[in-house]
Design a binder for this molecule. Structure first.
Ligand code: PSV
Ligand code: MN
Length: 431
């Protein structure tokens, strides 16, 4: 049973009040862009077509290693998570799909789940497996690893879980499974780097063989975990090596937070595009490591540079370029719906800015080694205030010109707080 979303009348009223100013801003930006040979309508249409998935775990409150402070009206199951995702999509119109995580989102009736999502106007993106926690009643523990465990029986259990996720995903209309493992070692000498990687490849080939023809497996690397000495799939090199060994259906997923602070992520993206191995993204931002902050919160220029690579690949129609986009963030002190809405808009913003790079001029400047003007060309696109384009795209798609204002006016969170009395523990909230 689907609960109340946002009242359409509220959206209409708010949009009507914003309309005159927006038309004005859009018109004057259109004029300025035309002088740069940029068609504002073409950009707006591309912005409208762009979509980024919401992770089901993102609509719950996250936490640190030490504590979790639950927010009011948190969703208690995947059906309620879908409601919150639908509100985000209702207002922002850039998040048409949801990425589920199992076993957190396990239900008895997947047809009902599919039907509920459909009735809310949502589809399903990549499914995510979880072999980084022990579940109640689980036969064997992942304390010392899952897909790379020294014990074959543990590895088989982890492979079986991934195959179950593929089966569920098939029923939900997904086309990919993302495999992220927390496997690694805490001390030098604890584990053979070589043998752990070989066990990973062996386990992954079991998952790979279970993929339907039109499916892909996304391998997600991550540099570190607290108290770790080494993770098994630590970087894009390991991920790329594994994806190449496995075959064409295996691609490398880039989670922006899973790199050392100074790593040039946009260059990694370029390399993966070149090799036809880019699976897609988990968007978030970070200052220190895997902080899982809201996308665009710390380094929006980096996000723009990543999108510059993506837009270039799209314009050049690079073979095999079909990235899946998702947000992967931990909302500890904000309302997750508000964070996900503003993050989706930050991602859209970077995309729109990247669409404005004068690529012919940039290439000429690169060819003549004009470093300064090349940078200026990039900054000209980055510094364009694309806000009116994003608002117009939302409005035309039936969303809200000002999603945050409408959301706050709706008192959605307070209403859900009454509708969803909390149980003691939600599980799976800390990401
Ligand atoms: C790991 O840090 C990660 O980024 C992976 O995508 C997980 O599936 C997700 O967070 C949720 O724990
Ligand atoms: Mn991730």
């Amino acid at each position: 049973m689907v609960g109340t979303l946002i009242d359409h009348a509220l959206i209409k009223r708010s949009n009507a009040a914003a309309r005159a100013d927006l038309d004005d801003d859009f018109g004057s930006l259109g004029g300025r862009l035309a002088r740069r040979d940029i068609d504002i309508e073409a950009i707006t249409a591309k912005v409208q077509r762009f979509g980024v998935a919401i992770p089901t775990w993102g609509v719950g409150t996250g936490g640190t290693r030490f504590a979790r402070f639950p927010g009011p009206g948190e969703p208690r199951n995947v059906f309620e998570k879908l409601e919150d995702c639908a509100v985000i999509q209702q207002l922002v119109r850039a998040t048409p799909t949801v990425s589920p995580h199992f076993p957190w989102d396990r239900v008895d009736d997947y047809d009902a789940l599919l039907e509920t999502a459909g009735s809310l106007g949502l589809g399903f993106d990549a499914v995510n497996s979880n072999t980084f926690q022990d579940q109640p009643g689980q036969a064997l523990s992942y304390k010392f690893g899952s897909l790379t465990h020294t014990d074959k029986a543990v590895r088989e259990q982890a492979v079986a879980h991934n195959i179950e996720c593929i089966e569920i995903g098939r029923r939900l209309g997904s086309k990919a499974i993302t495999v992220w493992i927390a496997d690694g070692s805490n001390f030098p000498g604890q584990q053979s780097h070589g043998r752990a990687f070989e066990r990973y490849l062996d386990s992954l080939s079991g998952i790979y063989d279970a993929l339907p023809d039109d499916w892909r497996v996304f391998l997600e690397h991550k540099l570190f975990e607290p108290a770790f000495y080494a993770t098994v799939i630590s970087d894009w090199g390991s991920s790329f090596l594994a994806a190449t060994t496995l075959g064409p259906k295996a691609n490398c997923l880039v989670d922006l937070g899973h790199h050392a602070p100074t790593v040039n992520i946009e260059q990694i993206v370029s390399r993966l595009i070149h090799a036809r191995k880019l699976a897609g993204f988990h968007f978030n931002d970070s200052k220190y490591g895997d902080d899982d902050l809201d996308a665009g919160a710390i380094n929006p220029f980096q996000l723009f540079l990543v999108f510059h690579e993506l837009v270039t690949a799209e314009l050049e129609q690079r073979p095999g370029f079909e990235p899946a986009y998702m947000m992967d963030q931990s909302h500890n002190v904000t309302d997750p719906i508000e964070s996900l809405m503003t993050s989706a808009m930050a991602i859209q913003r970077a995309h729109a800015q990247a669409l404005m790079v004068d690529r012919a001029r940039l290439q000429a400047l690169q060819d003549s080694n004009d470093a300064l003007l090349a940078l200026e060309t990039m900054k000209r696109a980055y510094e364009t205030d694309v806000g009116p384009i994003l608002a117009m795209a939302r409005l035309r798609a039936g969303g809200a010109a000002d999603p945050l204002a409408v959301y706050r006016d709706s008192r959605y969170r307070a209403l859900k707080d009454e509708e969803r009395p909390q149980k003691a523990s939600l599980g799976g909230g800390i990401v």
